[in-house]
Design a binder for this molecule. Structure first.
Ligand code: GRF
Length: 204
């Protein structure tokens, strides 16, 4: 299939700067894919507005309108399947995906996390890095499994941590790398350049 027929769904909850980086890479011609749908669990996520600005379908899935977590997951799967998405990209999506969603898209869900995993998974990784005193941090793109930030690592990028850093300055330095790394990782998948053996990802 022509590569710009590779359909992405991007799941967001907030600002959406990684979504923007993906959109910009596509528009520059660096990433051969298209964003078919942006899904948010938060009604007023800035990311939804970014999608609309680029005429990308932006859907708010209201968790309170679903009877329970299972119903929410069913709704997500329904939307993603209806658009035949090839890859689901979590980009600041602050909700844990249920097993049913993982099973519906095996090996087809990826996430970006602002630390060098397995260091500092979960919430506030930049704060964790500063408080631990590491001298190098960075970001990780990984496949999503049923743990929190535990899936097979696809790509990582490093940044220095300075004595003068606070959470915000480190987060910004890492974010600049995220915006380069995430589109690159997606491009590798669109080109079918990754092999996954157990938890080891290699480039073909
Ligand atoms: C990024 O730091 C990402 O790594 C983490 O959440 C943040 C989302 O930022 N998972 P944005 O919404 O893409 O601007």
């Amino acid at each position: 299939m022509p590569s710009n027929d590779f359909k992405l769904a991007v799941l967001v909850s907030g600002r959406g700067s990684n979504l923007q980086a993906i959109i910009d890479s596509i528009e520059r011609g660096d990433l051969n894919a298209r964003v078919s749908v942006v899904l948010s669990n938060i009604a007023d996520a800035t990311a939804l507005k970014r999608a609309e600005k680029h005429e990308i379908e932006a859907v708010f899935v209201d968790p309170t309108s679903c009877a329970d977590k299972a119903a929410f997951d069913r709704r997500m799967i329904e939307i993603l399947k209806a658009r035949s998405v090839d890859l689901v990209c979590l980009a600041g999506y602050m909700r844990i995906l249920g097993n049913k969603v993982l099973q519906a898209f095996p090996g087809r869900i990826i996430n970006i996390h602002p630390s060098l995993l397995p260091a500092f998974p979960g919430l506030n990784p930049q704060k964790q890095a500063i408080e631990y005193g590491v001298k190098i941090s960075g970001c990780t793109v990984h496949f999503v499994d049923d743990g929190i930030d535990t899936g097979p690592v696809i790509l990582q990028a490093t940044v220095p941590v300075y004595e003068t850093d606070n959470e915000e300055s480190l987060a910004q330095r890492i974010l600049d790398q995220e915006h380069l790394l995430y589109p690159r990782a997606i491009q590798l998948i669109t080109e079918d350049k990754l092999d996954l053996n157990g938890r080891i990802v290699t480039q073909k």
